[in-house]
Design a binder for this molecule. Structure first.
Ligand SMILES: *[C@@H]1O[C@H](CO)[C@@H](O)[C@H](O)[C@H]1NC(C)=O
Ligand SMILES: *[C@@H]1O[C@H](CO)[C@@H](O)[C@H](O)[C@H]1NC(C)=O
Ligand SMILES: *[C@@H]1O[C@H](CO)[C@@H](O)[C@H](O)[C@H]1NC(C)=O
Ligand SMILES: *[C@@H]1O[C@H](CO)[C@@H](O)[C@H](O)[C@H]1NC(C)=O
Ligand SMILES: *[C@@H]1O[C@H](CO)[C@@H](O)[C@H](O)[C@H]1NC(C)=O
Ligand SMILES: *[C@@H]1O[C@H](CO)[C@@H](O)[C@H](O)[C@H]1NC(C)=O
Length: 674
């Protein structure tokens, strides 16, 4: 099997980009289907792509799709010439070993996913003989997350060609019924809007998207190369405001709890804002804009504080004050004058924020600490572990810490760990024209606390996912899954105990709350449990060290293997016909730099800048050190660009086909820089 290796430099490549468009006669995606089924607010999506090699010589055919970051891939298979090739999920180390062996046998090995804002890439390829066909089938699963009063199912479609048989089918089963359902995203615009059909009954909804070949060339982000964009199904369900929905099936249950008819709990919120030199320019402008919006949204019985920091700590006021109009005016004035300069003393800034909240404990209120930073600590205490331990001590579990990492120069893992250690979460704010909206959006998620000290109790339940939550916010949802002891529904008694303002309230079982799923042998609830358990174990692992960490990691690994989830601890080895390259798929962690194994291509550019460990031999480039090479943090500064450069490297291997992919990555890079 001859594989043509294109040997051109990056610049030559750019010049030739216009003239070497893919030869559409080479191969043909004659069918592309995406089928997404949501039950128990858990989505299982299958992408099926059928491709024919129209040439009278064998061709390498690529399968290249994007899936949501939150999802776990659970299956990948290829059908070629009557044979099925099933991908196998293995422990990462084991897969890595297999992969290294493939490399040492001289087979170039493969390729992994990279990170965008909400999506990850899956890419593999296989050689298909003359006039033969291949079917690729990828399955991924994700728990729908309710944010700001809605669920969003994002489906990305970029088949790389107009496809005559293109279909997206979405089916949502929802016992509680829908309060609304909408279809948004770039693929719902212009001519494509006509290709969408949306129907729903009491308990089920369907969205069909069947664009014709002509329509596939006529949307905002479509071209001769077909569609490239998202279909986003946005919906919410009816709520009974009691204990919520509990579904059980086959020994397992999942409980969705999201009451909304409760009074808001007044909050105490302190914003700790990085104003170090690296924030200068657009970042600080957007931060000011967002802060002013956020201040406008505070309620009169909220209390707030504002700290900005570089190497020094600047208090707007040393103590929390009430959000009355006089204080808000003064705070907005302060916010609009924040200037970027100096270094970054995260430790002292967060400790000061915690002190303000600790000095101001109010009965029946909810305290929240929000840190916004764009870089690593550079002054004061700079040892990351010391900062984490100081912060943990200062907060002592009394309120959550939310960390917002602005851009890609932050050590996201550090922020993530610090948030998780203090009952919060970390979120990345992407450097983009909408960063102020991202900041504001995050604030809105936590703007309305309805309950504090939420304890979910399940008498007759075992192997429960997280049951204690320090705060519950309007528009969100608490999800707990577990096993029903001895599968005995009679003794299974769910209950929620929480504090609403000053009142202790109990939500308990009404007759309607426990539903059994109708379908036979439905293992979905069990998969929901496994998905949640693995996610939570991975978070826990991040916070621990030593033997405890290993234990949790082992548990997460075993579950990932049992349920065939590609998680950060496992990899999928793509099985191919004999004699082909081995591809190993890894799931990147959030905050991890995109990592990519370099394909067997001679690029003077890559050798010079990105591949110090490759050396030339007569047969081409060989890798004498098969390790993953993360991009340097410096490159990472313009991470869109960096991944763009990486994208270009794979050109030689995939021949003409990925040229269309290249122009897409370039578009992305440009958007990222705007
Ligand atoms: C989508 O997948 C579901 C579940 O596997 C299946 O029942 C259904 O028939 C599929 N729909 C289409 C249009 O293929
Ligand atoms: C197909 O094969 C025939 C005979 O082997 C050859 O003459 C012809 O050039 C080939 N066509 C293409 C498009 O490669
Ligand atoms: C919570 O959200 C619902 C809508 O989702 C709204 O009707 C209700 O007023 C909100 N509660 C508070 C206290 O803001
Ligand atoms: C579930 O809990 C039981 C005991 O309560 C334990 O024996 C079993 O191993 C647990 N299963 C899993 C998958 O953790
Ligand atoms: C959950 O909270 C309850 C009471 O607030 C406490 O007794 C229990 O130990 C907590 N459980 C966990 C796992 O933290
Ligand atoms: C269930 O319904 C019956 C009759 O309607 C009622 O007597 C009973 O108290 C209800 N049980 C619960 C737990 O609400």
């Amino acid at each position: 099997m001859e594989r043509s290796v294109v040997q051109i430099t990056l610049f030559g490549l750019l010049l030739s980009l216009a003239s070497t468009l893919p030869n559409k006669d080479d191969w043909d995606i004659y069918s592309f289907h995406i089928n997404s089924t949501v039950t128990s607010r858990y989505a299982t999506t299958v992408i099926t792509s059928r491709v024919a090699n129209r040439m009278n010589e064998s061709k390498e055919i690529e399968f290249h799709v994007r899936i949501p970051k939150n999802a776990f891939i659970s299956k990948f298979r290829m059908f070629i010439d009557g044979q099925v090739y099933d991908g196998v999920v293995k422990a990462k180390e084991q897969a890595q070993q297999q992969y290294s062996e493939a490399v040492s046998r001289g087979e170039s090995a493969g390729l992994v996913s990279s990170v965008g804002r909400t999506l990850e890439e899956f890419k593999t390829s296989v050689t298909v003989a003359a006039h033969k066909k291949v079917t690729f089938e990828l399955t991924y699963e994700e728990l729908m997350k309710r944010t700001r009063g809605k669920y969003e199912l994002q489906i990305h479609a970029r088949p790389m060609q107009p496809v005559s048989d293109f279909k997206v089918d979405v089916h949502i089963q929802e016992e509680a019924g829908f309060s609304f359902i909408d279809v948004k995203g770039g693929l719902s615009t212009k001519a494509l809007a006509n290709a969408i059909t949306k129907t729903h009954t009491d308990k089920e909804a369907w969205v069909y998207f069947y664009p014709t070949v002509d329509q596939q060339k006529m949307c905002d982000s479509c071209s001769d190369q077909g569609m490239n964009g998202d279909l986003v199904i946005i919906y919410d369900v009816n709520r009974d405001n009691g204990l919520g929905h509990i579904k059980k099936s086959d020994r397992y249950f999942v409980h969705h709890f999201a009451p909304s008819d409760l009074p808001r709990v007044p909050k105490n919120v302190v914003f700790v804002i990085d104003q170090s030199g690296s924030m200068s320019g657009r970042k600080i402008l957007q931060t000011r804009t967002a802060l002013i919006h956020i201040l406008n949204d505070l309620a009169e019985d909220d209390h707030f504080g504002l700290i900005t920091f570089d190497g020094n700590i600047l208090h707007w006021k040393r103590e929390l004050v009430q959000a009355n109009s006089k204080n808000l005016e003064s705070a907005k004035n302060f916010a609009s004058n924040i200037q970027a300069r100096g270094s970054t003393d995260i430790n002292e800034a967060v400790l000061q924020g915690a002190r303000m909240l600790n000095d101001h404990s109010r009965e029946g209120s909810a305290s929240i600490l929000i840190l916004l930073t764009d870089g690593d600590p550079t002054s004061g205490v700079t040892n990351l572990e010391n900062i984490q331990s100081n912060v943990r001590q200062a907060i002592a579990g009394k309120f959550p810490l939310y960390c917002l990492g602005f851009g890609f120069d932050v050590d996201f893992k550090f922020l993530e760990k610090m948030s998780l250690q203090n009952n919060g979460v970390a979120r990345r704010i992407y450097e983009d024209s909408d960063a102020d909206l991202q900041l504001k959006g995050f604030y809105e998620e936590v703007a309305t606390p309805l309950l504090t000290d939420v304890t979910m109790i399940y008498v007759g339940g075992t192997n429960l996912t997280q049951t204690n939550f320090s705060q519950y916010y309007n528009g969100s949802e608490i999800v707990v899954a577990g096993e029903i002891t001895d599968n005995n529904i009679e003794t299974f008694t769910p209950q929620v105990v929480a504090i609403s303002s000053n009142r202790r309230i109990i939500f308990s079982k009404s007759n309607k709350t426990v539903e059994s799923t109708g379908t036979v042998s439905d293992d979905r609830i069990q998969r929901v449990w496994a998905y949640l358990t693995v996610k939570q174990l991975l978070d826990k692992e991040l916070q621990l060290s030593g033997p405890e960490k290993e234990k949790v990691k082992k548990e997460a690994l075993e579950l990932s293997l049992k349920y065939s989830f590609v998680t950060p601890l496992t990899s999928m080895v793509v099985t191919k016909p004999p004699g082909e390259n081995t591809d190993v798929l890894h799931k990147p962690k959030e905050g991890e730099t995109p990592q990519r194994w370099q394909p067997r291509v001679d690029h003077s550019f890559s050798r010079q800048y990105l591949a110090p460990s490759s050396r030339r031999s007569s047969g081409g480039v060989i890798h004498d050190n098969p390790v993953w090479r993360p991009l340097s943090r410096q490159l990472n500064h313009h991470s869109h660009l960096a991944s763009d450069v990486m994208g270009k490297q794979s050109i030689g291997r995939y021949g003409g086909y990925s040229l269309s992919g290249i122009s897409n990555t370039r578009t992305r890079a440009v958007q990222g820089m705007m």
